[in-house]
Design a protein around this ligand. Structure first.
Ligand code: 13P
Ligand code: SF4
Length: 308
């Protein structure tokens, strides 16, 4: 409790905003000014009237916020909070696939290193990947680094979506197997199933709804069910319980925990506030190229970054 108060006081005194991803611990989500999925956090960060943001999530997300807010200082409570999926793609892999498929646009999922996003034609999140690919003129698309999301996009759009690399995956979402889903459904036959598109195809096939963590909230708001099975990182359950206290949320797999996300703690957030560390750095030329790819993406989606 004292820790929470100290954080609240210090962030007010220093005019620092805290952003937290939906997978953060409940106590972190509760001290945050904005809680959301990777798309919401990066877009809402642009509207904040602060010089400094503490980002409780993983590195690629903090860097994405920096790319859109070069004038602001972005701090991470633990610079070791990384996403293992992001590091499954490299410049060499991109060059190899671009050589093989020179006409195919390169669509990069936000869960990738910032330097790789700088090479992309389009940068998407799980909330808008299928929509973007559906609107492109091309029928053959290079998509990386998550092969399950690439497969989901292919199924949704009917296009040939080539995963770059072929087996890029999130280990947390691979913990959610068809065996777990069937077991949960047997126990709670009336509960609808909502999963993140990073789960494998056979799990998605069994699900009633598929969406980003932000979309999960919208889905829950629009369905009548009292009890819902959730297939994603378990931090999402805290967010859902807070938003919908009268509903019951059951994780399909209780140990689907992202080590990178869970590196953040309230103690580290306080340290970060007190010492104004650890600053995220993105080269201006890299940020410029990523911004161009994001703007291109928004243009195809018929959205304007300014009006969001
Ligand atoms: P969202 O964009 O849905 O929040 O997902 C981020 C993520 O890391 C999924 O594992
Ligand atoms: Fe990366 Fe998976 Fe963790 Fe999301 S849950 S941040 S994709 S490792």
């Amino acid at each position: 409790m004292r820790l929470k108060e100290e954080i609240e006081n210090l962030k007010k005194r220093k005019n620092i905003a805290i952003l937290a991803h939906n997978y953060q611990l409940d106590e972190i989500q509760r001290v945050a000014d904005i809680v959301g999925d990777s798309l919401e956090l990066s877009l809402k960060s642009m509207k904040l009237d602060v010089d400094t943001i503490i980002f409780a999530g993983v590195k690629f997300m903090a860097e994405q916020v920096k790319v859109l807010n070069m004038e602001k200082r972005i701090l991470m409570p633990d610079p070791g909070a990384i996403c293992s999926l992001a590091h499954m793609i490299s410049k060499e892999i991109v060059v190899e696939y671009k050589k093989k498929f020179p006409e195919a646009p390169l669509v990069i999922y936000v869960n990738a290193p910032t330097e790789i996003k700088a090479l992309a034609d389009y940068v998407v999140t799980s909330a808008n990947a299928a929509d973007l690919v559906a609107r492109l003129d091309e029928d053959i698309i290079l998509f990386g680094p998550d092969a399950n999301l690439a497969d989901h996009v292919a199924q949704k759009t009917g296009k040939k979506v080539i995963p770059v690399p072929p087996m890029g995956h999130c280990y947390v979402h691979l913990l959610i197997t068809i065996y777990d889903v069937k077991k949960a459904k047997q126990k709670y036959p009336d509960a609808p199933i909502i999963v993140h598109p990073e789960v494998p195809r056979e799990v998605r096939k069994f699900a009633d709804y598929i969406g980003s963590t932000g979309q999960m909230i919208k889905i829950v708001r629009n369905i009548n069910a009292k009890r819902i099975l959730i297939g994603t990182e378990t931090g999402m359950i805290y967010r859902l319980k807070r938003e919908f206290p009268n509903k019951e949320f059951i994780p399909i797999v209780e140990n689907a925990v992202c080590i990178g996300m869970k590196k953040n703690t309230l103690e580290k957030i306080l340290y970060s506030l007190q010492n104004e560390v650890y600053e995220v750095d993105v080269k201006p030329s890299v940020a410029n190229n990523v911004r161009k790819a994001i703007l291109r993406t928004f243009e195809v989606l018929g959205l304007s970054l300014i009006h969001i």
